[in-house]
Design a protein around this ligand. Structure first.
Ligand code: CTP
Ligand code: CA
Length: 241
């Protein structure tokens, strides 16, 4: 068995993973997209299934095979992804991982017909509006559940952050701020300064909600996935030793 050496420590756990990158339609033939291939999300779904989890993969424009045993829901836009995630979250999974690259902005309106050039010059202005921050909404919905019933809202939420850093702030500093503001249990920092989109390998640092580094992993996306799941398992079912 390919993953035969892996501990079956997610048996009986329901896991939802989003993967890929959303597409926001401008008109019937054009869209705004991003460079996410979905490989990290699919690798996470694969690894979770190998460890025995019941996996739902919510795939945004992913041109990769579905991991064996996983249930797959295909979506295109950020709004469709949000709807699919919230429906899956309503079933109270043990773990929800937002590995998808979700559009932050979407066209304010979608043209019914293909936008045509008119005249020799000039170009239309594209008006954008913000999309829902799905991860933030999941965390606040969970807080509301916990406030209503202290025994509810026990599922873990994991986010990803692809950061490049800039003149004044390093990728790690950006990720720390994001970890603290989003409130996910874990935030996986992907330093994309050197470009990892579509690559098999990845190097990540895993931060907790306080912004502290709890683990690091480098190697192929399977190795990274198992490191993320190790941190998840630690928080799902703490074993005293
Ligand atoms: N995310 C989300 N919904 C959005 C945008 C992002 O759920 N509309 C999730 C991503 O799936 C990821 C995490 O939030 O797990 C961080 O995404 P990222 O793009 O790094 O952060 P943003 O909050 O969008 O901030 P910015 O792009 O401005 O850095
Ligand atoms: Ca973003």
């Amino acid at each position: 068995v390919e993953d035969g050496a892996v501990l079956r420590d997610l048996v009986g756990r329901r896991v939802v993973v989003t993967a890929g990158g959303t597409r926001e339609a401008i008109d019937p033939v054009r869209f705004l997209a991003n460079r996410s291939s979905g490989r990290q999300g699919v690798a996470l779904a694969h690894a979770a299934a190998a460890r025995g989890a019941d996996v739902t993969l919510i795939a945004a424009n992913v041109d990769l095979e579905t991991p064996p045993g996983a249930r797959r829901i295909d979506v295109e836009s950020a709004a469709q992804l949000a709807a699919a995630v919230h429906e899956a979250a309503a079933a109270a999974p043990d773990l929800l991982i937002m590995a998808a690259a979700v559009a932050d902005f979407t066209p304010a309106s979608r043209a019914e017909a293909k936008i045509k050039k008119s005249g020799d010059d000039g170009a239309p202005a594209l008006e954008l509006v913000r999309t829902q921050d799905i991860l933030r909404t999941l965390v606040s919905d969970r807080t509301a559940l916990r406030d209503a019933d202290p025994g509810a809202g026990t599922g873990l939420i994991v986010g990803f952050a692809a950061e490049t850093g800039d003149a004044s702030t390093s990728p790690l500093e950006h990720a720390r701020a994001k970890a603290r503001s989003k409130g996910a249990d874990l935030l996986v920092l992907n330093d994309v300064s050197t470009g990892v989109f579509g690559a098999a390998d990845n190097a990540v640092r895993i931060l907790d909600a306080a912004g502290e580094i709890v683990a690091e992993a480098a190697g192929d996306k399977t190795v990274v996935s198992h490191t993320v799941l190790d941190e998840v398992v630690r928080r799902l079912a703490p074993v005293p030793w």
